[in-house]
Design a binder for this molecule. Sequence first.
Ligand SMILES: [Fe+2]
Length: 318
Amino acid sequence: MTAISGKIGITKRPGELGIHSMDSFNMTVPDLQVAEKFYKSFGLNVKEEGNGLGLYTFDSDRCWVSIDEGAKKKLNHLTFSVFEEDFLPLKKRVENDGIKLLDAPHGFDSAGIWFYDHNNVLIEVKVAPKRSPNEKSNFECLSVPAGQAAATTRSKAQTVEPIRLAHVLIFTTNVIKAIEFYHRILGLRLSDQSGDGICFMHGIHGSDHHLVAFAKSNAPGLHHCSWDVGSINEIGLGAMQMADNGYEKGWGLGRHVLGSNYFHYVRDPWGSYSEYSADIDYIPADKDWQSGDYLPEDSIYLWGPSIPKDFVHNYESD
Ligand SMILES: [Fe+2]
């Protein structure tokens, strides 16, 4: 393994132990061809890998999401990553907490540690390069001088290709326990919450406002994966790109309150969502973010269309 801390541009909070990134996740869907069409339309580089699919962005050779075929759509595990020197101390923290370490699932070749969270969601922690950004991501808001046209024609519109997987929002049976577990074991910090209904957590070594979020439900499950694009224009173009491919259902365009990002959610074939996101708040490694607790009606979105009635329904638990 290669030591990756201390490199120019990598940020690390000194003297504190915690994961630096949400590296990737794995899920099962009932039809890989359906998944391939959806994520290709979304602008991702979809590769056949083994018996499943890998979701990549076009400028990275590291997989963000691995997908297997199974009876129904299901979140299987989340992979978080640490600096090399933090791996054994974090493993010791897990063991000292009395959490049972598990073998890697069948078919996963892993040097990481595996264990269940408070809600029996399978977690992997491994050594890997930092995927959380080390500074606030680029956000472009282009205009043109008077006398020029700013917009292109529909036929010449660019294909939107997200830059990176930014975060996931997963369902949990107990949001307060999620905050406690992910802070105590993985070192994540609470960014903001709305009571026991939803919370957003960030990495201590510099990350977006949230790299993982939790919403209350009667069972675990994946609500959405969020993909960073560089502008509001790309969010709008992405929404049109998906609509042109038959994926018209969703929610957006809007702007969140907690995290501040502009968004458009596209409903996937299994009732969860992929989010085009831009300009999310960033919490640097040397900043202690003051978390807040917001009323539900004052926390989800600053502006945008009304939320679809079943937007936070957990279809994995049906
Ligand atoms: Fe999101």
